[in-house]
Design a protein around this ligand. Structure first.
Ligand SMILES: C[S@@+](CC[C@H](N)C(=O)[O-])C[C@H]1O[C@@H](n2cnc3c(N)ncnc32)[C@H](O)[C@@H]1O
Length: 258
C-alpha cells in the first residue's frame, strides 16, 4: 500500500484542476478538510472512542469478511478493535459533512464494528434512518450499547451475514440516499453489494467505499465501480472512494488530495 500511496500523492489534484462546477464546490466546501472543528457531536463521539481504546475486555470475533491484516485468531480486546478497525475521525467527519450537506435520509452502513463511524452518520442527520449491518454478535452488542449511550435512536442495527441481511432489508426500502461500504473487503461481495444498492440509488445518492486500495481484490472492485456506466462521477481519496450518480454531467473520474 505504501507504493500505491506514494503514487496517489504524486497523481492527486486539488481544486485548481477542477472544471466541473459540482465537483469544485463539493471539494472546497465538503470534502477538503476544514479547520479543526469543535462540533459538539464530534466531541461526544471522540470521547467514546477514547474510552473504547482503553477497554481491555476480550471478546470472541465472528468474521464473515476478509479478516484482519494485523491479528490472527478470533480473540480481540475492545481496545484492539477500536484502534484498528474503526475509521479515523478524519473519515467519520467526512461522512458527517456529506450526509449533512446532501440531507441524506435513508442510510445504509455496511460493517458496523463498534459503531463509531455509524454514530457519525447518525448524528449528521437525526431525521435520517441508518440501517447498520454487522455479522459479529459480540461486536454488535457493544455497538448497540454505544448507540444507546449517545442516544442514537435513528439507527437500526441488523445482525447477521450481509449476504443474507442486505437483500432482505433492501426489499423493504424504497431508495438509498447514502451508503457506506466497509464490511467484506473482497472483490465479489463488494461488487455484489454495490449492484444490490445501486438498484435503489437515485440522481442524488452518494456511495462511499472504504479501503479501495487495501488489496488487489479491492483495487479490482474499485475499477469495476469506477467504470460502471451508472457511476457517473467517482472521486478517489485513496483511503475511500466516492461515487455520484448525477446524470447532469459527463462521466468522469477524479483523484483528489485529502
Ligand atoms: C472494518 S470493520 C468496520 C468499521 C466501521 N465501519 C467503522 O469505521 O467504525 C468491518 C466490519 O464488517 C463486519 N463484516 C465483514 N464482513 C461481513 C459480512 N459478510 N456480514 C456482516 N458483517 C461483516 C466485520 O465483522 C467488521 O466488524
Amino acid at each position: 500500500m505504501i507504493k500505491k500511496y506514494l503514487q496517489y500523492l504524486l497523481n492527486a489534484k486539488d481544486e485548481h484542476s477542477l472544471h466541473s462546477p459540482f465537483v469544485y464546490e463539493l471539494y472546497l466546501k465538503i470534502i477538503k478538510p476544514t479547520k479543526k472543528s469543535k462540533h459538539i457531536d464530534y466531541q461526544s463521539i471522540e470521547s467514546l472512542r477514547k474510552l473504547l481504546k482503553s477497554n481491555q475486555t476480550e471478546i470472541t470475533i465472528t468474521d464473515f469478511g476478509a479478516g484482519s491484516k494485523i491479528y490472527k485468531g478470533n480473540q480481540r480486546t475492545i481496545a484492539q478493535i477500536a484502534k484498528n478497525a474503526e475509521k479515523s475521525p478524519k473519515f467519520g467527519k467526512l461522512l458527517y459533512r456529506l450526509i449533512a450537506h446532501f440531507q441524506s435520509k435513508t442510510i445504509i452502513d455496511l460493517g458496523t464494528s463498534l459503531g463509531i463511524t455509524t454514530i457519525y452518520q447518525s448524528k449528521a442527520n437525526p431525521q435520517a434512518k441508518v440501517y447498520s449491518f454487522e455479522g459479529c454478535p459480540a461486536t454488535a452488542a457493544i455497538a448497540q450499547n454505544n448507540f444507546n449511550q449517545l442516544s442514537c435512536e435513528n439507527i437500526e442495527l441488523i445482525v447477521g451475514n450481509i449476504d443474507e441481511t442486505l437483500p432482505k432489508t433492501l426489499a423493504k426500502i424504497e431508495k438509498i440516499d447514502f451508503a457506506f461500504f466497509d464490511a467484506n473487503h473482497r472483490y465479489e461481495p463488494t461488487v455484489r453489494y454495490f449492484e444490490q444498492c445501486l438498484a435503489k440509488a437515485h440522481e442524488d445518492s452518494v456511495f462511499v467505499f472504504d479501503d479501495i486500495h487495501w488489496s488487489e481484490e479491492m483495487e479490482q472492485a474499485w475499477d469495476y465501480i469506477k467504470t460502471h456506466d451508472k457511476a457517473l462521477i467517482t472521486i478517489d481519496l485513496f483511503f475511500v472512494g466516492l461515487v455520484f450518480f448525477r446524470k447532469k454531467q459527463p462521466k468522469q473520474s477524479f483523484v483528489l488530495k485529502f
